[in-house]
Design a protein around this ligand. Sequence first.
Ligand SMILES: Cc1cc2nc3c(=O)[nH]c(=O)nc-3n(C[C@H](O)[C@H](O)[C@H](O)COP(=O)(O)OP(=O)(O)OC[C@H]3O[C@@H](n4cnc5c(N)ncnc54)[C@H](O)[C@@H]3O)c2cc1C
Length: 464
Amino acid sequence: MAAKSFDLIVIGAGPGGYVAAIRGAQLGMNVAIVEREHLGGICLNWGCIPTKALLRSSEVFHLMHRAKEFGLKADGIGYDLDAVVKRSRKVAGQLSGGIGHLMKKNKITVFMGAAKLAGKGKVSVTTDKGAEDLTAKNIVVATGARARELPGLEADGKLVWTYKHALQPAHMPKKLLVIGSGAIGIEFASFYNTLGADTTVVEVMDRVLPVEDAEISAFAKKAFEKQGMKIMQKAMVKQLDRAKDKVTAHIEVGGKVEKHEFDTVISAVGIVGNVEGLGLEELGVKIDRTHVVTDEYCRTGVDGVYAIGDIAGAPWLAHKASHEGVMVAEHMAGQKVHAIKPESIAGCTYCHPQVASVGYTEAKAKELGYDIKVGRFPFIGNGKAIALGEPEGMIKTVFDAKTGELLGAHMVGVEVTELIQGYVVGRQLETTEEDLMNTVFPHPTLSEMMHEAVLDAYGRVIHM
Ligand SMILES: Cc1cc2nc3c(=O)[nH]c(=O)nc-3n(C[C@H](O)[C@H](O)[C@H](O)COP(=O)(O)OP(=O)(O)OC[C@H]3O[C@@H](n4cnc5c(N)ncnc54)[C@H](O)[C@@H]3O)c2cc1C
């Protein structure tokens, strides 16, 4: 059978791949997308979306316990774990189905199967019905990543879980160990802790959420501990002894090894790119550990082969993948594109309280030699936060003292994952402290704290 010919073939239908396919189709390309498992990738099926659905259940549960504070009555508060998981899976299914509609609407040909680069401009797809040969001028590799497994700490689905197991638990852990306090680990710790699991988080670095500003990490840690979570920092799980229904974790902390028992362990120690079996190296594509090496336009160095999203390296975020998807489609269409600046990509963690940031931390700005001005504003000084019953949190800004450039913004507190975009837009438009100070923020909103945190950096804060 003759190979089917396209202008663009995208391998992997996650937020990187499906967005690249849509943008390519919008630009008049005849596009094919190949997906071996599920449209929407990890993000819609096993990542961003189902975790947020679970976290919403635990957030409502938490609020129900606070009903009295709001003059409300809620008796017999409880939860049905199966129903919580079912809702999360339904939300994921709805969104994944939506991608199918978008593919149809944009006349993108979908092949459900595993793809492999078979030569220059050639892709072979193994489907249930057999093999398909495809050709295209341009190929985008967007095969994403999976959970990293450390030797001895491998998941078994019963006692030791990856994020996939943690998203569809058959039972509620009683005593839970979460290894790793990055966004994924802390979100699961937050969910299970709120629903009543006795939760311990072990982090090898000197603080939780280690990529965040140190002050924000410290604030978040205090809040987690107040909720009953145990946090072990500068600690490392060396070994897991698995028995029938319990695990003994050997945790090295302060030069000594402590033994602690748990009934469930979630391993959240990072991800590895899906680079295997794709024929990448045979074609001359360079791989560094488990990620494809690309330039700022996501080109691999092999003509007509781009790599985007998680497989192309950090930051491992859906919005970064999607933005790269748009960029590569426009690049291959000959449009002028702007390379992505990693320091302008916001990171959001949907734990309770939420954490969000963009740009440099205070420490990083200093390390880079900037003379800085720092502003801070606490949630307790904001009318909307108090009315919401959420006075716990803070916003911090870091400015270049010489130019007034907003170098970084860091937040912890309710709904900060929605607020951060205000600063992202500010950074994109290269606003200075003056523009931000002259901006009128609506009242009463949480966003007023973003204004105050700017004013504070310049000694002009009003409500503090
Ligand atoms: C628990 C969890 C929570 C997360 N929460 C967030 C969040 O809140 N915000 C955020 O921005 N990010 C979050 N992420 C990260 C986010 O999911 C990823 O950054 C994003 O999915 C990357 O998109 P991608 O398109 O590069 O790859 P993926 O979404 O991984 O998609 C890759 C696709 O390629 C397919 N594929 C792989 N190999 C082949 C092949 N040979 N042939 C055909 N198809 C193939 C896979 O089946 C998959 O569907 C989370 C991740 C996890 C695990």
